[in-house]
Unconditional design. Sequence first.
Length: 157
Amino acid sequence: MPLLAGSFLEENRVRLGLANLRLTEDAEVALKAWHWPGNVRELEHTLSRAALRAFGDRMRQDDATESSQQRTALYITRTHLDLPTDSANESDAEDADLPVAANQTVWMALREATDNFQRRYIYRALASHGDNWAATARALETDSGNLHRLGKRLGLK
C-alpha cells in the first residue's frame, strides 16, 4: 500500500502545483491500520480529499504568495484523512467535534457534521453486525438499498 499511496500523493502534488506533498507519521499509521473495505479507488479518493483539505487549511492559514506555497512541503495529517475510528473511546471523539461553548463562533458546516455523524454511526452498526449490510439495514430500520447508497457516498464502501 505505501507504493500506491506514494503514487496517489505524486498525482495530487502535480494537480495542486506543489513542490512536495507528504503524509505525517500519524497519517501513515492510520492508512496502514485502516481495513480498506473498498478497492484501490477508495485509497485514491481518500488521499485526494485529504490533499485538498490540507491545501485548504494552508490557504486559510497563510496569505502567502503562490511561489512560496510551491517551495514548502504540504503535510497531510490523520485528521485530513477523515477515516472513521474504531476505538473504545469513539463517543469521546464524537464529542470532540462539538463546540465547547454555546457562544463559539467557529462551526462546522451542517452537512459535514451530519456526514461525520452518519459515517461513525453506520460504521459502528456495521462492526456490530459483522460487516453485514443487510443485517445492519434491518437494525437501523432503513432500506438496504438506501443504506448501500449512503455508505458509498460517505466512503464506507
